[in-house]
Design a protein around this ligand. Sequence first.
Ligand SMILES: Nc1ncnc2c1ncn2[C@@H]1O[C@H](COP(=O)(O)OP(=O)(O)O)[C@@H](O)[C@H]1O
Ligand SMILES: [Mg+2]
Length: 456
Amino acid sequence: MSNSSAPLPRPPAMSVIYRGPERRNRRTDDQAWIEVITQMDRIYADLVRYQVELEQKNADLEDAQRFIQSVISSISDVLIVCDINGQVQKVNPALVEAVSRPEKSILDHPLKTLFAPEYHALIDGFPAHIRSDTVIDCEVSLLDNAGQPFPLAVNCSPRYDHDNRLSGFVITGRPLGELQKAYRELQQAHETLKTTQQQLLQSEKMASLGRLVAGVAHELNNPISFLYGNMHALADYEQRLKRYLDAIHTGIDEPARESLRRELRIDFLLSDMGPLVEGSLDGAERVSSIVQNLRRFSMPQQQQPERFDLVPVIERAITWVLKASSQAPRIERELPDSLSLTNNEGHIHQILINLLQNAVDALSDTVHPVIRVSAGQGKGQIWFEVEDNGLGIAPEHTSRIFDPFFTTKPVGSGTGLGLYISYGLASEQCGGSLSFSPSELGGARFFLTLPQEVEA
Ligand SMILES: Nc1ncnc2c1ncn2[C@@H]1O[C@H](COP(=O)(O)OP(=O)(O)O)[C@@H](O)[C@H]1O
Ligand SMILES: [Mg+2]
């Protein structure tokens, strides 16, 4: 529309000419002409007024359009106007920029062509949703010219014409890019954290494996060196017996044979062979029982609760922890001869090892380190207690002691998983409880209770 249309041409002025003698008739004609001219003037004036009004309306309309256009252009959210069949009728510059396609290739095309294929079915459903007056709020991805997704959180609302009839719908979409980037970063951080946790768990496992191996190696060392020594002696005895028998077979006389018998110490050899074999068998049995204990410890999950005596388990845990440690705290035992219970031996062994290891760790700066280990039973329960005279647990740490990864030890020496794992094993796997309090010895006291009979 234009407001520069030319003004209406004014009709030429009428001049009245008198041409005859009949004055009366002439007067009537003049009157008629004057009326016509007046009428024409009025019409002309009306036309001019209409034109001015129209031009004013045009100008107002163009102002309104420019205003709407500027508002639409300044919206950073994506705006798409569709007819009721889902054909695109209008889009804003934010949409054009997001899909990096010319506006011409967007208008009068189906709405779904703007979106990634996986959302086509969803978008196809928009007209039906709009007709049934359902609110549409969802996340979809536009597809730009290079085929890259442009994620949006969209909202779709109905559009009505001047007769208040449903004529289409309007989609507004907020770019999810920033939000998604932040979310991706968060997820990445979460993944890294999970990996780190896994690594820490792994290193805790490796640390306890290290302690275990050191303890076991020491345990195995005794019987194996014993066996080794015995085998050496037996090999030497075999040589001597062979020499002696060879000499007899060559038919040497009795004095020579007696002298060889003394020289080769055959009598001692014969008397020593029995204990040597017996000792070797003992050693082999010891090795076999250590290996069995080790298997029980390393495969606790596959274990069924079984009846066992806690006292030797405590002793074994003390031995393993002390052998693997460079310190030698004095161990005070307040233990009965035996404490029979039905529970998971492997788990309990692991808890004892963790508690004793922490006590040993807490004593690193103590001049006369002492660990007191006590156990007993009552009211269908077995209890076990380990106390030390170390620094104890600082009040600000008491609420976090069983948290995973809580450690006050230097990086590399503590993973903060020992108590977390022990607590879980005690309460969930063994049906018992684990708690702590200050010890009268000056350090910390950890208290484990276990049911005498745990159900499988
Ligand atoms: N006997 C103890 N004396 C003092 N503090 C202890 C004792 N046992 C555990 N703690 C505290 O609890 C924390 C967590 O122990 P734990 O879960 O076994 O992890 P880690 O031994 O790897 O630090 C320790 O770092 C220490 O601060
Ligand atoms: Mg620990």
